[in-house]
Design a protein around this ligand. Structure first.
Ligand code: IDP
Ligand code: MG
Length: 139
């Protein structure tokens, strides 16, 4: 059975561009409840650890540099079928291939600086949520 929680980050490009409010509005309109949320900044070490699964990919260093370049909004979101429905809401990794109306189609500028992260499985949503939040910060 699909789980009801996912993990997201509004990435440094979208925070810098002033899109936090507009992105949260899309998330609310799509029926997600905010279970945890904070404005924070990843150190290069923490960004490297978060994206460890990609460490053999050619874009790894670029991704770590970008994700530690400025503040992000980290959040745990709740909804039935959360992981899959949130991936649909954010759209394809490459914004030029993202469906119209998706968060990446609206706010991303490139395949690297693509505005938002969404966990890709229930297992990763759990791992990524616990990476960012203590149990006392989850509601
Ligand atoms: P996803 O975020 O849609 O799940 P992944 O393949 O898991 O995409 O890649 C993680 C992140 O790495 C992407 O969101 C994007 O920021 C970055 N990324 C992915 N592919 C490229 C690329 O070809 N060049 C630069 N950055 C990339
Ligand atoms: Mg991914």
């Amino acid at each position: 059975m699909a789980g009801n929680k996912t993990f997201t980050m509004i990435k440094p490009d979208a925070v810098k561009a002033g899109h936090i409010g507009a992105i949260l509005a899309k998330i609310n309109e799509a029926g997600f409840r905010i279970a945890a949320m904070k404005l924070t900044k990843l150190s290069p070490e923490k960004a490297g650890e978060f994206y460890e699964v990609h460490k053999e990919r050619p874009f790894y260093q670029e991704l770590v540099d970008f994700m530690s370049s400025g503040p992000i909004v980290a959040a745990i979101l709740e909804k039935d079928n959360a992981v899959e429905d949130f991936r649909t809401l954010i759209g394809a990794t490459d914004p030029s291939k993202a469906a119209p109306g998706t968060i990446r189609a609206l706010f991303a500028t490139s395949i690297g600086e693509n505005a938002i992260h969404g966990a890709d499985s229930d297992e990763n949503a759990q791992r990524e949520g616990s990476f960012h939040f203590a149990a006392t910060e989850m509601f």
